[in-house]
Design a protein. Structure first.
Length: 139
């Protein structure tokens, strides 16, 4: 009898986790997609990647350069130093030129709110630029 109770409880917990993950991520993904649309970017509906991130307490050269990219889009990552968040990655569907590889849009969310992002490719000869660049300049 106890085994059936444990199995029922475990099944219930698994079901709740699946529902929470499915609906919670979809909501956050949609918030990110709307954020990207505000900059003119369209993406595949399906989320490509989701990674937990921590913004360092103090920026090193890499984060200083990344924050310069944020400033181009009138964003600033500095107020979020020391905080944890999530980086959502989407495949961009309206990049204005064919660069010969997929183009990705990253959005960093802190406490469920988009606070930073970039447009990038992953090859050695790839690029990374502001969310505010690319569409008007190249189309």
């Amino acid at each position: 009898m106890k085994i059936k109770l444990y199995i029922s409880a475990l099944t219930c917990i698994i079901f709740i986790c699946i529902v929470f993950c499915a609906y919670g991520r979809d909501k956050d993904s949609e918030i990110c997609r709307v954020f990207l649309e505000g900059f003119g970017w369209q993406t595949e509906e399906k989320l490509f990647d989701r990674v937990d991130v921590r913004i360092p307490e103090k920026f090193d050269a890499v984060y200083e350069n990344y924050n310069k990219i944020q400033h181009e889009a009138k964003l600033d990552l500095a107020p979020y130093c020391g905080k944890s968040g999530v980086r959502y990655t989407f495949v961009v569907t309206n990049y204005p030129i064919d660069v010969g590889e997929p183009v990705y849009a990253n959005v960093i969310c802190i406490d469920g709110e988009p606070v930073a992002g970039d447009i990038m490719t992953v090859s050695v000869s790839g690029f990374m630029h502001s969310l505010d660049k690319g569409l008007a300049e190249d189309s």
